[in-house]
Design a protein around this ligand. Structure first.
Ligand code: ZN
Length: 114
């Protein structure tokens, strides 16, 4: 696993898939791309990260691509330090999972059944 300081993301292989730079060994404090979200969701996620003590930075992007390209909204890239990337990923999945809105009761019930 290498780190591209230009794209601020981790990648497998010899060169960055985005910019073809050679990258370097990731180090603590390296900001890594966590996700790209429209403004409203980006703010929600930044709030959750802050509540969990994770320092995050966001960057508005111009010229959104993919599924966002037809929407008139700003897309934010959210970066977190390498040492928090895994925890931040779990928080992101929790926040944006369709099942997470109701609360944790269901998950606890499932554990009892097994
Ligand atoms: Zn790159």
């Amino acid at each position: 696993m290498l780190y591209c300081p230009y794209c601020r993301m981790l990648f497998d292989g010899d060169t960055c898939p985005d910019c073809s730079s050679l990258g370097r060994t990731p180090a603590p404090g390296d900001f890594c791309l966590l996700t790209q979200q429209p403004g409203m969701f980006a703010r929600m996620l930044l709030d959750v990260l802050e509540q969990n003590g994770i320092e995050a930075v966001s960057q508005a992007t111009q010229g959104a691509t993919g599924i966002f390209s037809n929407m008139n909204m700003e897309i934010y890239r959210i970066y977190v330090p390498l040492e928090h990337l895994q925890q931040a990923g779990e928080l992101r999945d929790e926040l944006f999972s369709p099942d997470s809105a109701v609360g944790d009761d269901r998950a606890e019930a499932e554990e009892e059944e097994t």
